[in-house]
Design a protein. Structure first.
Length: 95
């Protein structure tokens, strides 16, 4: 049985390319779209294979982890950029 892959989708086309590649390899996928960054069209692309999509704000690390755990994701990766909120994330890390 293949391990379930979590794709944390930032902005740009890269999340779509990763989703397509995972699909071609027959991987089960769960997509977590970063609300402030990811293209909403990722939902349409994910629906082609029945992959669920969850929308989370970038600062909600606990929510990311809970989604991954609840969906029994064993591997996860970030695909795409998250440039607009880098300073926000860095300031939260110092708190």
């Amino acid at each position: 049985m293949a391990q379930k892959l979590g794709i944390i989708a930032g902005n740009g086309r890269f999340p779509f390319l990763v989703l397509d590649a995972a699909r071609s390899l027959g991987r089960d996928v769960v997509v977590i779209g970063i609300k402030e960054e990811a293209d909403t069209d990722i939902e349409t692309a994910a629906a082609k294979t029945g992959a669920p999509v969850h929308w989370v704000s970038i600062g909600q690390l606990g929510t990311f982890l809970k989604i991954l755990e609840d969906n029994q994701v064993t591997q996860a990766l970030m695909a795409g950029r998250s440039e607009e909120h880098t300073s926000e994330l860095q300031s939260r890390e110092t708190i």
